[in-house]
Design a protein around this ligand. Structure first.
Ligand SMILES: Nc1ncnc2c1ncn2[C@@H]1O[C@H](COP(=O)(O)OP(=O)(O)OP(=O)(O)O)[C@@H](O)[C@H]1O
Length: 469
């Protein structure tokens, strides 16, 4: 059996397990089109037919692929995905395609993290850097807004400063709001701007895995040495250390030693140091000694900015402004999901040839939209409508029939019918125990007026947008 045949069989085994993990549909769309092209020492190289497919796989399946490859070939440390036409052909493509040969800017970019992730090499500044760095996660690609400006400024300071800025810098936020992006941006910046500084970036999970392995192979001295000799240590997702065990103890020693020797430490987690329940009190307190910066949930402007920036990286696709705004309005949970939504819309456009419109977005994102839709309450509607028309909230249930209060009340009834799942009698009860026919009359009246009175139509549109956001 020659090498390419062996590789093909390996890919079949790995692919079989990946298919089970992700399901048939996702496998068929994203993973089946990949071709294995080479196995170099600790690196498996896969070829994707488009930059889009490469990005998608890298963002969504790279870790899974790595795990599954490692089950057959334990020394694999990296999955490199390059762009090349061979992927469109059948069977195994030619071996040893390098980023340069694959011949696109994308492929060049993909090569960067691979180079950076390699262990110490004479011609590189990134001695000892572990973990995969994603070429897209740089400061240039990070959009700054109110929600993340403190974390961004702190990250830049750490990356720029020749000395130790804050030690540690502790970044935290909810899921998918940019912690890893900022961590990797710091790593990239130092690696590029300060050749010679040894930066180590890895997840807490990987730290634990390496420590357990070192214990098993009685190699803890080398483990300690490896971590304690770096200039900058960055550990992502620290909340992974949930139990007070020997890994946590080892981390704490490493951390203390680095901080005492004035080497920079950067940590990220999904909660603040004081909320890291599984950590010992002394560890939690020490983690808070430097600067603790959190990233807040995004606001609408920031979401639009991020979408525009992601789109600019996908240069040849045009997404109409109304679709971008729609996504920014409706996918509010986190940036990863927002980015995923944009990618899904673009994928449908690219793979199915459908024009990008609001209808397409609604259609292909139905599940995400449902998950992101907030439950709007009648209380909120009454409050917003009263504010908008400058009337007292008590007028919503009062018996006054003057138009200045009756019309806003009808608008609130209309919105309650449209934006909540409440029945007409239910709504009536919340508006001063009115009969359901009164509610129906109000709803119909507003429906009519929306057609004939443009200023009222605009009021309703604004209120609906404010309530839905
Ligand atoms: N301000 C931003 N500008 C551009 N992209 C962003 C920004 N914030 C987040 N992203 C993007 O959102 C995605 C998720 O971000 P990231 O992985 O950094 O989140 P995280 O907070 O580390 O998530 P987790 O809690 O799952 O570890 C990434 O693709 C990242 O590039």
């Amino acid at each position: 059996m020659d090498d390419s045949e062996a590789l093909h069989l390996l890919w079949q085994r790995v692919g079989g397990r990946v298919r089970k993990a992700v399901g048939d549909a996702a496998f068929k769309s994203w993973l089946a089109p990949l071709r294995p092209v080479a196995l170099h020492d600790d690196r498996a190289v896969l070829l994707a037919s488009t930059a889009f497919l490469k990005d998608w796989v890298r963002n969504n399946y790279q870790q899974l692929l790595l795990r599954e490859f490692q089950r057959d070939v334990p020394h694999i440390r990296e999955i490199a995905i390059h762009v090349g036409l061979e992927a469109a052909g059948r069977g195994t493509a030619k071996e040893g395609v390098t980023a340069g040969e694959a011949g696109s800017d994308e492929a060049e970019a993909a090569a960067a993290p691979a180079r950076a992730a390699e262990p110490a090499r004479e011609d590189t500044a990134v001695e000892g850097l572990t973990g995969l760095l994603d070429a897209a996660l740089t400061f240039d690609n990070f959009v700054v807004g109110k929600a993340n400006e403190l974390a961004y400024a702190a990250a830049r300071r750490v990356a720029d400063s020749d000395d130790v800025a804050f030690n540690p810098l502790f970044l935290y936020s909810g899921v998918g709001l940019g912690k890893t992006h900022l961590m990797q941006a710091i790593a990239w910046h130092i690696v590029r701007a300060k050749p010679g500084r040894r930066v180590m970036y890895l997840s807490a999970e990987k730290f634990m895995y390496q420590f357990i392995r070192a214990v098993r192979f009685k190699d803890t001295m080398a483990f300690k040495e490896q971590f304690r000799s770096v200039d900058v240590l960055m550990i992502d997702d620290l909340q992974f250390f949930t139990d007070k065990n020997s890994t946590q103890e080892e981390f704490f020693h490493t951390f203390n030693e680095l901080v005492d020797r004035k080497h920079q430490v950067v940590i990220s987690a999904d909660r603040s140091p004081s909320d890291l329940d599984g950590m010992e009190e002394r560890v939690r307190s020490r983690l808070g000694w430097g600067l603790v910066a959190d990233i807040h949930p995004t606001d609408f402007e920031l979401r639009v900015g991020i979408l525009e920036q992601k789109l600019a990286m996908n240069a040849d696709v045009h997404v109409p402004e109304d679709v971008l705004q729609f996504l920014a309005h409706r996918i509010t949970s986190n940036v990863r999901e927002l980015e995923g939504a944009l990618k899904r819309v673009i994928a449908h456009h690219e793979l199915m040839g459908r024009e990008i419109t609001l209808d397409l977005a609604r259609d292909v994102l139905a599940d995400l939209l449902r998950a992101n839709s907030r439950k709007i309450t009648i209380d909120e509607i009454q409050k917003k409508v009263a504010e908008h028309f400058s009337i007292k909230i008590t007028e919503m249930s009062s018996s006054r029939r003057a138009r200045a209060v009756a019309r806003p009340r009808q608008v609130a009834m209309y919105l309650s019918k449209k934006l909540t799942t409440r029945s007409l009698p239910d709504i009536g009860r919340r508006f001063g125990n009115r009969d359901h026919t009164t509610v129906l009359h109000g709803v119909r009246k507003i429906e009519e007026l929306i057609q004939s009175d443009s200023s009222l139509a605009e009021d309703v549109r604004l209120l609906e947008a404010a309530l839905s956001n």
